[in-house]
Design a protein around this ligand. Structure first.
Ligand SMILES: Cc1ncc(COP(=O)(O)O)c(C=O)c1O
Length: 493
């Protein structure tokens, strides 16, 4: 019980009794009065059953319009703080919890605040992803699709037609593995377009690859377990593995992908994280010979491979390369795909294709984490796939992104020849090698001052020392922005 609740009043509050704090500079009168009265009620300075001063008296004492007092009283009645008794006035309702002052935060007059946990007891690690701020893509924000070009009208039609259906099943609780027709559509799409061999029974819908990886690390790994990762490494994966205190074993990537001969030194690996179709961030492809060697290594060590196929759809010369999973005969590959890059970033839908023996563990972990994925979006995604819109959208985006990559290569050749753009023809970003001796982190900082967003290759490296380079996105901005951006960089460097 707080000190104010112990004050016994036997007469109605008078306007003079009310301990209203002075109005802050610029604060509107109505807002001030409203906040002050709530505070007094919540702190117990005016108790349940007490009468408030009349609107006229309060208005006179504080020299404010009576109408303002009436508005505030009526609002507090509407919200359940006060009740209006016919012909008698306004009273604080009874039964407001005595302990309600904790909601007041910094205004709270509690004598002693509950102790906060010691900072070291809070499990806090910084995320590699921005958690707030302006997310509008800039030249050259990497890892982003162009959400302006997403066919919103078509998507809206699909969504609204689903909403109009008499059957409300997509709005009810759903299966933890996801909406069945979507799981079917994904398994068919993957077989046709990504060379993945699976049935819908192996598919679990997630919110994207980040969640998929989090799920897998939770069900497979224990503290101290050996995880093999590519060096350089996708930073989202690095955070997941280091947050959970697993033992990271970085293996260098060269022009043919993960260097398999280095794996043999690592004993009892549990999981191998790899981006074989478009190494993040180098953009190299794991060669066919190494794919077989990697599968063989995993089988011999009874380790699982997490194949992060985050943007394999975006290949600008020839057909997209088939996934590693399709070559696996021993159920060693856990395949993860995402719609957050192929559709739009905030969709937050992705999928896992699991070896059958892992399915149940992943399913139950998923249900514990956030129960099941959103029904409407899943149903819309399923229609989008089944009616062929997805393939059409991908074809269109491939053309647009290929044009932007070419624009970037041409702009660099014309205005910034000291930058060497890699030959990569996949994904949503590319590497630009800086002149020897440059410090890519410092260059990024300097460019950020001019509104240019690039990432330093060094930030992705664990042990490997690579020449300085910038990771530059080209997909989310127009060709005009690309040319302007390159001219800005040319002025800065
Ligand atoms: C290599 C890589 N894997 C996974 C992801 C995460 O994908 P999602 O947005 O589906 O969680 C990203 C996102 O940028 C990525 O670059």
């Amino acid at each position: 019980m707080n000190q104010f609740n112990q004050i016994i009043r036997d007469k109605p509050a008078s306007a003079e009794d009310l301990q209203l704090n002075p109005r802050a500079k610029g604060q509107k009168i109505q807002q001030w009065l409203d906040r002050e009265l709530r505070r007094l009620i919540l702190q117990g300075q005016i108790r349940g059953g007490e009468k408030l001063p009349s609107t006229r008296k309060l208005a006179q004492l504080w020299s404010i319009a009576r109408g303002t007092v009436i508005t505030v009283y009526e609002q507090l009645v509407a919200e359940g703080y006060l009740e209006s008794r016919q012909g008698s006035g306004f009273y604080v309702v009874t039964g407001l919890t005595e302990d309600i002052d904790y909601v007041l935060g910094e205004n709270s007059t509690r004598e002693s605040q509950p102790e906060r946990p010691d900072r070291n007891e809070i499990n806090y690690k910084e995320s590699p992803f921005p958690v707030q701020g302006d997310f509008t893509p800039k030249a050259f924000s990497p890892f982003q699709p162009d959400c302006d070009l997403f066919p919103r009208v078509l998507w809206g039609r699909i969504m609204s037609s689903l909403c109009r259906q008499a059957d409300a099943s997509i709005f009810r609780f759903g299966e933890a593995a996801g909406y069945r027709p979507l799981r079917e559509a994904i398994s068919q799409y993957l077989a046709r377009s990504r060379g993945v061999k699976c049935s819908a029974e192996q598919v679990i819908i997630t919110s994207g690859t980040q969640q998929s990886l989090q799920m897998i690390s939770q069900i497979l790994l224990r503290e101290g377990d050996n995880v093999i990762v590519e060096d350089p490494l996708y930073r989202g994966a690095r955070t997941i593995f280091s947050q959970a205190e697993f033992t990271l074993n970085p293996v260098p990537v060269d022009k043919d992908g993960l260097t398999i001969e280095k794996l043999h030194k690592i004993k009892t690996p549990k999981l191998i994280f790899t981006t074989p179709t478009n190494q993040c961030p180098l953009g190299v492809v794991l060669s066919l010979e190494r794919r077989f060697q990697l599968l063989d290594y995993a089988q011999k060590n009874q380790a699982y491979i997490f194949e992060d196929d985050y943007d394999g759809e975006f290949r600008y010369t020839g057909q997209p390369l088939p996934a590693l999973q399709g070559l696996d005969k021993n159920n060693r590959v856990i395949y993860a795909g995402t719609f957050n890059k192929t559709m739009y970033a905030s969709l937050r839908l992705g999928y896992l294709v699991l070896p059958p023996e892992l399915f149940n563990a992943a399913l139950h972990y998923r249900a514990t984490m956030d129960r099941f994925p959103p029904g409407l979006e899943q149903a819309a995604m399923s229609t989008f796939l089944q009616e062929g819109h997805y393939n059409r959208h991908l074809r269109r985006m491939r053309k647009v992104y290929a044009g932007r990559l070419k624009a970037l290569q041409e702009a660099v050749a014309s205005y910034l020849p000291e930058l060497q753009i890699g030959t990569r023809a996949t994904g949503l970003e590319t590497l630009a090698w800086l002149p020897q001796g440059s410090d890519d982190r410092k260059v990024c900082e300097k460019l950020a001052e001019q509104g240019i967003r690039v990432q330093a290759l060094k930030n992705f490296c664990l042990q490997q020392k690579l020449p300085p380079a910038l990771v530059m996105g080209f997909a989310a901005i127009t060709e005009k922005q690309i040319r302007q951006g390159i001219k800005t960089i040319a002025r800065c460097l």
